[in-house]
Each structure stands twice: as C-alpha cells, then as structure tokens.
Design a protein around this ligand. Structure first.
Ligand code: NCD
Length: 348
C-alpha cells in the first residue's frame, strides 16, 4: 500500500467492507493476525499513526516491533534503507514505514519480501490516513459520491491532502474547493492529475465565503517541518482558523475533519460542535488499519525481482529518497503524458 491511487474502487470497497465489519463485530477479528508480526520503521515523529498501527495490530491478535527513533538503530551507523528493509522483512510479515523522504515506501517495497505499508513519505503520500478519511465520510454520510469537499490549509506540503485527492478520483460527482494561500496551493503533479481526471475544482484563498457550500471541510496544519524557507512558514502560519462563529453559516450536517495534529487552525470551541468529527476520524483510522493489516499480514512471502543498481539520481526534488539512497534504480513513470520520478512523482 504505497499510493492509495493504485487501489481500484472495487479494491477499496472490499477493504471498506472488512473495515465496517470490524467496527460492527470487533470480536470476530481477535485472531485475524494471530502469530503475525508487523515491523514498524518510523524515521519521522508520529503519535497517531504509530500508535494507531500498534493498537490495530494488537486488536487483530498480532504483535509489533520497531523503532520510532532511527538514531537508536544501525541507521545511525550508516546502514542503507535497502539493508534495513532486507533484515526487517526477514523477521516480519508486514512492514510499516514512515519517512521524511518522498518515495521512501516505494523504495522499501523494491527490496522487501513482505508487503509494505506507506505510513507517510515526506510531503508526498499518506494512504492509510486516506483510508481513515474515506471510512469516516462513508460511515457518517453514507457515501462519498456527489459530495462537495473543501480541503483547507497547506495543500502544497500536506501529504494527507495529496493522497485523499488521488483516492477521490475513483468516486463520482465529487466537487472540490481547494482553499489555500497561493504559495501553498497543490503541487503541479496533483493539479495535472485533477485535470486529467476531470475533477471539478474551485481554487480559492478565502475559507469563509465557501463554507456554506461544503459537505466536508478537511482542515490541515501548515507543515512547518517541510518548509525550505522559514520565512515562507512565518508568512503563512495562522492563516486559517476555523471558529464556532465561522460555522454558523455551514450546513447542519457538515463534517469538519482534520488528520491531526492541530496547531491553531481549529479553535477549541469547535470541538463540542457535533459537526466536529476529527477525534472520531482518528478512531476510524485504527479500524481501517485493522482491515489493511488483516489482509496484508496474511499474504505469502515472495522475494522481490532484482532491480538495477543506480548511480545518479534522475530526480532533482531535494526531498526525494533517491537523493540520499543513491543505489536506487532510475525509475521513471508516465503520468498525464509527462515523465515523472517513479519514487516521488516529481517532474523530470
Ligand atoms: C498527518 C501527517 O503525518 O501527515 N498526521 C497524521 O498522520 N495523522 C498530518 C500532519 O502531520 O499534519
């Protein structure tokens, strides 16, 4: 599970059916991963995603080992990602990886004998958060098709937004309101993707004027750690703050969502509004991960095909995994008629 865009709608429906069944009948899944072991490689800080995977694996009867501080592992001795993955995939049945480098999960999957789950790769993708988001919308609104969805905040660096947009291309009649400062608008590859998939999109800089149109308002944090220029962060921090007053004109059945952690973009007085579903969303995320682990941890082991040894990164994105793991093969993919990096989707 590297990029949620790789899932067909039917595959998503299948995962969602399992997830829904787990929510309704958790006791039926107590042994779904009995004897299975997940390895959790967290190269970047995390509370929700890390704990959520651990809780999910334990609730389906499996166990987890791993690290949340790479400095305490052989990574600190200079071990490559390839070697860490080779070793860890020899010990585990499924591998969960989070990294500040874009394309890291794709790189891990090239060398792993067991399924790899992308738990967030830099500003690129976060597919299991998207599973949490789609589960929340489907459980609370009945369906995703036909909804008006506002994505607000740091749409440039927010990986949860990129993943969610890719997944929503599989649904019918969704209308998007992309709400961000101009300099934090969605990256080019996401804009090209939305155009190629005829996704109905309105781009605006103001939140308040569009609130009344929305069925879902997906707030995001300005991603301070991803800014190359600290001044750019200073200019944009605190730009959107959702308050109870701003919700007065919103629909009565709006869903206010947020992948969390929040900084200041949702005022505390919104938490008690019944439309605020972000804490429920985190719990749905755990159930979605239980469904995914139940499927992937039970797959047979298969040695991956050998890949070319690279010498020079093709991609110029400074956050791409190929910049630091120089042996990675020169993967190019065609996306919307342009050549893109096969790891981070950056244009070549
Ligand atoms: C998000 C992430 O890590 O991308 N958090 C999460 O996984 N729930 C959002 C964020 O950090 O802003």
């Amino acid at each position: 599970m590297i990029d949620v865009g790789d899932l067909s709608r039917a595959e998503w429906e299948h995962l969602y059916a399992t997830c829904s069944d787990i929510i309704d009948h958790p006791a039926d899944y107590l042994n779904a991963c009995r004897g299975k072991v997940a390895a959790s490689l967290f190269y970047e800080p995390s509370t929700r995603t890390n704990f959520s995977f651990q809780a999910a694996m334990q609730r389906v009867g499996g166990t987890v080992f791993g690290f949340s501080d790479p400095n305490a592992t052989s990574v600190a001795k200079g071990e490559t990602l390839k070697d860490t993955v080779k070793i860890v995939s020899a010990y585990a049945d499924v591998l969960v990886i989070r990294s500040p480098k874009e394309g890291a999960a794709k790189a891990a999957a090239l060398y792993s004998d067991v399924p790899v789950i992308n738990a967030g790769d830099g500003g690129h993708m976060h597919p299991t958060q998207t599973m949490a988001d789609l589960t929340t919308i489907t459980r609370l609104r009945g369906q995703v098709d036909g909804l008006s969805i506002g994505l607000c905040g740091d749409l440039k660096n927010g990986r949860t937004v990129h993943s969610l947009i890719k997944a929503l291309a599989k649904f019918e009649g969704v209308k998007f309101y992309l709400i961000s400062p101009r300099e934090l608008a969605v990256p080019d590859y996401i804009r090209a993707f939305m155009q190629a998939h005829d996704m109905r999109t309105v781009e605006v800089t103001g939140l308040e004027p569009v609130i009344p149109q929305l069925d879902v308002l997906y707030m995001t944090r300005i991603q301070r750690e991803r800014f190359v220029d600290p001044l750019e962060y200073e200019r944009n921090k605190g730009v959107y703050i959702l308050t109870r007053r701003k919700l007065l004109r919103a629909k009565k059945d709006l869903l206010v969502m947020h992948p969390l952690p929040r900084v200041d973009e949702i005022a505390l007085d919104v938490d008690d509004d019944p439309r605020a579903v972000y804490f429920a969303q985190a719990r749905f995320g755990m159930f979605a991960r239980m469904a995914l682990l139940t499927d992937l941890a039970n797959q047979p082991r298969t040695a991956p095909p050998s890949v070319e040894i690279g010498t020079m990164p093709l991609c110029t994105n400074p956050n791409c995994i190929t910049q630091t793991e120089r042996y990675l093969p020169p993967l190019v993919k065609q996306s919307e008629n342009a050549d893109c990096c096969g790891f981070c989707d950056g244009s070549l």
